[in-house]
Design a protein around this ligand. Structure first.
Ligand code: DAH
Length: 339
């Protein structure tokens, strides 16, 4: 090896060191007893006599260079070490940086609002799985085998007897299996249907179920609770009306309208000029459903209702298209804050 290539390699080696251990290894490699420069010095004895003084001087220069490069690199690394431990003092007088903070989704806000109203009325929280047994979603709820909503076209099946729940009503059954009356619960959650998508239909949406079972529960109790519930959400002058309807799990069943909170019944764009807004489904729990969970329908009665949460949010906030909830457009989502 000639002095030039030794110089090149020691410069490169020392520059590449990032820890004290690597620096020590580089020192040993060049300056150690069997190091490159030491060996080079020894080999000078074999060079031609007229070359020896020049080679000796070169070796000494390289030794000095190596030592000073090692020292410089050590100082550099030490300084970086000190910087890593350095914490800048906080200047409380500087203007705040405009940090981005998250917020709740408008559907979550609506769930919370509905939940707090119902809890205030004595309903307790119940929950159930989104991937549900066919038994809870349909059979125990008195759906006949040939009911159209059991069809593949309306329901997402995981297997023959497992599906994505199409409503929150199966939570009624699960809860009644585990608890004896009197019971009063609400059950929020996401539900799934194989829908053709448009401004008011999405394959994934949200419901809150209500259930009250006790002795002597009547439709007047249902009406009273729904009135309280809707007045809390939409205003104290809200009226409700029941229209006959059919659900397999309630008898009688009703579609519930509330008077339009915007025009108070006069007719406007929100209620489609009718003065009324269709807001939920409800009814008296069918005796077959009570029987399926071992509750004696001659002793107990009760009501149930199911609310579309997306629809409530759309009505409350004037949102024109249900698909806006799931497209994740921040310009839309940022408009809703906790109130
Ligand atoms: N499960 C019904 C649906 O998804 C809504 C419903 C109607 C729930 C009447 C109820 C009820 O508990 O009594 O369309």
């Amino acid at each position: 090896m000639d002095p030039r290539s030794i110089e090149n390699s020691l410069r490169a080696d020392i520059a590449a060191c990032t820890t004290p251990e690597e620096l020590e290894a580089a020192r040993v490699k060049y300056l150690g007893r069997k190091g490159v420069l030491t060996s080079f010095l020894r080999a000078i004895g074999e060079a031609r006599p007229e070359d020896r003084p020049r080679l000796g001087a070169e070796t000494n220069r390289l030794k000095a260079l190596c030592e000073s490069l090692l020292a410089a690199r050590r100082a550099q690394l030490g300084a970086a070490d000190d910087r890593a431990g350095y914490v800048a003092p906080v200047d409380g007088t500087l203007p705040a940086t405009n940090g981005v903070s998250g917020r709740r989704h408008v559907i979550s806000l609506t769930f919370r609002r509905i939940g707090s109203v119902l809890e205030g009325m004595g309903y307790r929280l119940a929950r159930g799985p989104e991937v549900e047994l066919e038994y809870y979603n349909f059979q125990a709820l008195n759906f006949p085998d040939e009911h159209p909503s059991r069809d593949l076209q309306d329901t997402f099946y995981v297997s023959n007897d497992i599906l994505l729940r199409t409503h929150t009503s199966p939570i009624q059954v699960r809860y009644m299996q585990e608890h004896k009356p009197p019971l009063k619960v609400y059950a929020p959650g996401r539900v799934y249907r194989n829908e053709a998508l448009d401004a008011s239909h999405q394959a994934e949406f949200h419901q809150v179920e209500g259930l009250y079972i006790d002795t002597d529960v009547t439709m007047a109790d249902l009406r009273g609770d729904l009135l309280l519930f809707l007045r809390d959400l939409f205003g104290s002058d809200i009226r409700v009306r029941f229209k006959p309807h059919f659900f397999p799990f309630t008898e009688p069943s009703v579609d519930v309208d509330m008077s339009c909170f915007n025009c108070h019944g006069g007719g406007c764009v929100i209620c489609g000029q009718s003065g009324w807004i269709e807001i939920l489904g409800a009814g008296m729990v069918h005796p077959n459903v009570l029987r399926a969970v071992g509750i004696d329908p001659d002793r107990y009665s009760g009501f149930a209702f199911g609310v579309g949460v997306d629809r409530i949010a759309m009505i409350r906030h004037g949102i024109p298209d249900i698909r806006m909830f799931l497209t994740n457009d921040l310009r839309f989502l940022e408009q809703f804050t906790e109130r």
